[in-house]
Design a protein. Structure first.
Length: 254
């Protein structure tokens, strides 16, 4: 069992992870009832805000589609899920997080390549970095199904929905701040950001932040003198307006 080659999924470095160990559901030749082993007790349900957000998905032909994404659950797996010959060195030592969500096509036309809808869904860690998206199939050693083995349909008709799951790998010891749908590639042409917070995540990252008036060291590249460290103190933060950007001497890109 080996890690397959990277997939060409727009704007997100997606690693295809093939977990081909025995699947959970089994039946004998006589048609006995399926066996459904319990999931590992080490898996943890994270308190993500499970509700719907309306976003815009832009397909490969730059056509926008209104989509509703409903987060169902977020489960932290264990490092054991990422061990063995089925993962490469870049993923060993990480912890999988299984995000289950529903996608509904609220636009008036069919969405092609429906698997692309989740390309701008990110899992934001408490280290302010986003997790690496990993696609899995099959089961975990011992016959326990992974929650992210199902695949989206090829197309999604108007009004139709599907439920799927995406796996994100985070470094050991890093918690989850939120799930986010962000225009990081060529999705969501409105530029809107949809956020599903995880309880406790904000408190974790805030504990390491400086307060106004605190003096903190910042690093500055002084060219010939190299990197030097300077004291910095936050004085104020003010919200501007679009009018501030309309100076004729300030050329703006789109």
């Amino acid at each position: 069992m080996r890690l397959s080659s990277q997939l060409g999924k727009a704007a997100v470095g997606v690693v295809a992870l093939s977990l081909l160990a025995g699947c959970a559901g089994e039946s004998d030749a006589g048609g006995a009832a399926e066996r459904t082993p319990e999931r590992p007790t080490s898996w943890i349900d994270l308190p993500v805000k499970a509700d719907a957000r309306n976003v815009v998905h832009t397909d490969a032909d730059d056509r926008p589609h209104a989509v509703r994404i409903t987060v169902k659950s977020l489960v932290r797996g264990t490092e054991e899920d990422m061990r063995g010959d089925r993962v490469d060195e870049g993923l060993k030592g990480t912890v999988p997080h299984y995000l289950t969500f529903e996608v509904t096509n609220t636009s008036p036309r069919t969405i092609p390549d429906a698997f692309m809808v989740d390309s701008d869904l990110l899992l934001i860690g408490t280290d302010w970095e986003h997790g690496q998206e990993v696609h899995v199939s099959g089961g975990r050693p011992g016959g326990v199904d992974l929650p992210c083995a199902n695949l989206p349909p090829e197309t999604l008709a108007p009004g139709a929905s599907y439920e799927t799951c995406v796996t994100y790998a985070l470094p050991e010891g890093v918690g989850v701040l939120s799930v986010m749908h962000y225009a990081g590639g060529y999705l969501d042409e409105t530029g809107a950001v949809a956020v599903w917070p995880v309880d406790g995540g904000l408190e974790t990252v805030s504990a390491g932040l400086a307060e106004p008036g605190d003096v903190i060291p910042v690093r500055h590249d002084a060219d010939a003198d190299g990197i030097i460290e300077l004291p910095a103190t936050l004085v104020s933060v003010r919200r501007g307006s679009m009018a501030d950007l309309k100076d004729p001497d300030l050329p703006l890109t789109a």
